[in-house]
Design a protein around this ligand. Structure first.
Ligand SMILES: Nc1ncnc2c1ncn2[C@@H]1O[C@H](COP(=O)(O)OP(=O)(O)OP(=O)(O)O)[C@@H](O)[C@H]1O
Ligand SMILES: [Mg+2]
Length: 325
């Protein structure tokens, strides 16, 4: 809670902030949190730009949920600063424009799904007509269950309702703490499409998920937390680095092998050859294939590839723990 003496200082700060160019959706610097003797979060800084989708990854207990709660003003940091949509995290004006799906939650079991949404719209202060609220329930696949009591909902249905709550008040930033942990495969695809449509509308998304493939498909940038610290951060291109080209070939002689090796680092497994390409070398692929054919090589398959985010994440975590990668 804001100390009573801080009122005028906060007002001055807000006037100053209002003059700045559009602020990032999330800005945090040096966040730190201890629970008893355990340091849960240890100097975490990052930003989420407007309309950007940021993935927050890391093992159980890495501090992801603690960071999210500090961003939203639900947990007080021991140190560090947070601005949400350009305002202090505890400012109700910024909170009203943030949609949040908590990690563990339960809505009032006696309310219907539609009533839960109406309640949250009222709490947010946004003027969202009933028809739009129904559309949001449809969007998360609960259109048919609007009048049913939440107490009778399955785990995945509760999570879908949580998503609807996070989306209903026309947020500018949506924070999703494991939105798909209870969802079936179709539901996961729906969430992926939802996140992409939010991004298209310029809504920023902070997504924490253990489903790395999901993060890889929708996120522009990723922050990897390990034991409370940022172990790696960057765009997918920065984190995943060079691209690979996988080719299934036969009739590869020494000359063909030399041609392959001239393109990039070459590895072989049976008939499959993998060449590592630098980021700007994809234009070299047609010439390589033409040369291989001219050298009499049978080219059966040519596939682009790159290391997966999962491989990268595991390597980062192994490096951090001192284990061989
Ligand atoms: N309220 C609390 N009281 C005591 N310790 C806590 C509390 N909340 C979190 N912690 C501790 O802080 C650390 C980070 O927890 P946090 O929930 O942020 O992890 P997480 O990265 O979200 O993990 P998961 O992937 O399992 O959700 C853990 O060691 C946890 O035990
Ligand atoms: Mg968590």
């Amino acid at each position: 809670m804001t100390a009573p003496t801080a009122g005028s200082t906060t007002a001055t700060a807000q006037r100053l902030l209002a003059d700045l160019p559009p602020s990032p959706a999330v800005w945090c610097e040096g966040l730190r949190k201890r629970y008893g003797r355990r340091t849960a979060v240890d100097g975490v800084s990052f930003t989420v730009g407007r309309g950007e989708v940021l993935g927050l990854l890391g093992p159980n207990g890495a501090g992801k949920t603690s960071v999210i709660k500090m961003l939203l003003g639900l947990v007080r940091p021991d140190a560090g600063e947070v601005l949400l949509l350009g305002r202090p995290a505890r400012d109700p004006q910024s909170r009203a424009r943030v949609g949040y799906l908590p990690e563990l939650f339960r809505y009032q079991p006696w309310l219907s799904a539609a009533e839960v949404l109406t309640l949250h719209v009222r709490l947010s202060g946004a003027a969202v007509p009933a028809s739009e609220q129904r559309d949001v329930l449809g969007l998360v696949g609960l259109g048919e269950r609007a009048g049913d009591r939440v107490g009778g909902f399955s785990k995945g249905m509760q999570q879908r309702l949580g998503l609807a709550v996070a989306l209903v008040a026309r947020p500018e930033l949506v924070v999703l703490d494991e939105p798909t942990s209870a969802l079936d495969p179709l539901g996961r695809v729906d969430v992926r499409d939802l996140v992409l449509s939010l991004k298209e509308r310029g809504v920023a998304v902070l997504l924490n998920s253990h489903l790395i493939g999901e993060v890889e498909r929708v996120c522009d940038r990723v922050v990897i937390l390990d034991r409370g610290r940022v172990a790696a951060a960057g765009t997918l291109a920065e984190l995943l680095g060079s691209r690979e080209l996988r080719l299934r070939l036969d009739g590869v002689d020494a000359r063909a092998e030399a041609r392959l090796a001239a393109t990039g680092r070459l590895t072989r497994s049976g008939n499959w050859f993998t060449v590592t390409l630098a980021e700007d070398e994809e234009s070299a692929v047609p010439a390589l294939v033409a040369d291989l054919v001219a050298l009499g090589v049978g080219v059966h398959a040519v596939e682009p590839g790159r290391i997966s985010l999962e491989e990268r994440l595991l390597a980062v975590l192994r490096e951090g723990s001192g284990a061989p990668s």
